[in-house]
Design a protein around this ligand. Sequence first.
Ligand SMILES: [Mn+2]
Length: 236
Amino acid sequence: MTGNPLRLAHCSDIHLSGGAADPCRAGFARALAAIRTHAPDLMLLAGDLFDTNAVPDETVLWAMDALAALPFPVAMIPGNHDCMSPGAIYRRFDFGTISNVVFLGDEAGSVAELPSLGAVVWGRGMVDHAPGFRPLDGIPERPRGARWHLGLGHGIFVPRGEQTHRSSPIRMEEIESSGFDYLALGHHHAAMDLATPAVCAAYSGSPTDELGCGPSYAMAELSGPGAAALRIEIVA
Ligand SMILES: [Mn+2]
């Protein structure tokens, strides 16, 4: 298949909490400025934009404005800190009304088409961060005619062959069999490159946490089936 590559930015675990003095707000603004320099076709936001569902409305409105100001589309899911519990931020504020944002909050999983990019994006909205919630359960077949099949998930990474009793497990076997061209993961604040020959996947790490290699996001360039270049970028 020929055509332009797809350039993805991937960010998660920002943990916005308070007002203008919140260091995560400044950190997210720096990360967005850095992401803009890559001129991505799409940004995937893999959960925990907010630290709790009790953040002030002003914080939510600031974040909505920050996303609306981006010159590219954004596809996003909730995480465990901003999950879809009763009274959740995303039940009170409809991020889907932002013209360049698609919000994938349905508990059963939902799909958004981005026809101008030839991309289809899937994700599940976490209601309850519990062992029974499987962030990658129910991935649909690759949609016919879609050039790029992209996924989002928020939960704990479980290496190949291991078991866990922890909440929201994301098993390496599920990543490998997902069929996605790119899978944007969130929850671990240290970045993790999980790309395999079949699936390009990563935890982007948090742009507002020093854990691991430092505050980070990920950039992926998809140039064809199984052909992806992934970079973890450090926020200066
Ligand atoms: Mn999380």
